[in-house]
Design a protein around this ligand. Sequence first.
Ligand code: FAD
Ligand code: GLY
Length: 404
Amino acid sequence: MAARREPSDVIAIIGGGVCGLAIGWRLAQAGRAVTVFERGEAGLGATWAAAGMLAPQVEAEPSEEPLLSLALESRAMWPDFARELEEASGISIDYRTEGTIVVAHDRDDVERLRFQYDFQRQLGLDLEWIPGSEARRREPHLARSVTAAVFSPLDHQVDNRKLARALSAAFTGAGGELREHTEVLEILADGDHVTGVRFAAQRLGRRSLAADAVVLAAGVWSRDIGGLPQALRPPVRPVKGQMLAVQMPPGAPLLSHVVWGPAIYLVPRSDGRLLVGATVEEKGFDTTLTAGGVLDLLREAWETLPGIYDLPLVETWVGLRPGSRDDAPILGATDLGGLIMATGHHRNGILLAPLTGRAIADLLIGGATPESIAPFSLARFAPKSGAAAKPAPSASRLEPVAER
Ligand code: FAD
Ligand code: GLY
């Protein structure tokens, strides 16, 4: 365990995505001197590419129960988080609560959906099995081929792009420093504790900032930051997602709920855009939009919602989900004193933002790992036996960071 150090109040956060900004906002609110380093513009990484679904229930999969409890805890925080953020930033983030409908067309789909529904109900989730006719009553533009559906009233959505803008405004409004176009080149350490970061900024050139804690929230780029010891490189990889948007008629949206088809989801925005997502591809850092990707999305979307056929296609994009080895986030202290992980949020970074912000800020302020994130430390990936195995840092305490 790292030796005790004098508490200080300087925190550097690497990455101005939803995770870095949410953590920064909570720390700035608590009076800490916190700088978010963003090599481009804040909120334009995976955060910008997402669909903004807050959907732990319909995304719950067997063997992911620990992730589900984290996600449910974060979802419960969303209504207050949204209200507080809108007040603090003056920016509406379009948090919508109509809920989510998952539809099935043919016999295969229905069997699969029934299996998933039974599993999710066993976990105590609030879901309703409805016939196709009832799904169409709730969403009249759904295809006639929809024969059964599951309604999830508590799986909501938010406009993730507005969310990022609001978080940036709330963070700087609370006194945080946002350094855009500033790339962190290296995490600095004096052996057993971080001492700051070295960065490159336009016009300023290469500089460093002394800091007592460094939060690694660089999304899919988290493992490539200089100065990270090999054993502390988080096992995060890019999981490519292609998406597109069509424009619904003004004042006559085709959908009001988020709708999942067998291989796509449809997310209606209040400005009339309808998002169609997303592919899930293992292609490294490739961000090419492909004909096949768009074809699959459009075909599947059309089968569920035939009315999209005549709508103008207004945007296509590609994002990289920061996937970890077990698809759950990597959160908390590490064996290097003052180095905190907040990465690997994969398909759930928007959903997990309120919890990530609160838990990592609490860890930095109070010094103890909040119980909810203890199972998600980097240490879970350490070799299980042999000399290289290390104790879980979640059991250790961090030095508290003093009030400014
Ligand atoms: P990012 O948003 O990628 O931010 C990391 C930032 O770090 C970037 O801005 C980058 O420029 C910066 N950075 C990197 N290296 C450096 C450096 N050296 N110095 C300074 N800055 C650096 N999640 C949901 O909850 N719901 C959804 O519906 C959903 N849909 C998705 C759909 C798609 C197609 C994709 C791709 C993702 C989706 N996600 C969704 C996942 C979600 O987008 C991510 O989990 C989340 O945005 C991760 O946030 P982040 O802050 O960790 O990463
Ligand atoms: N959570 C939706 C996605 O990652 O595509």
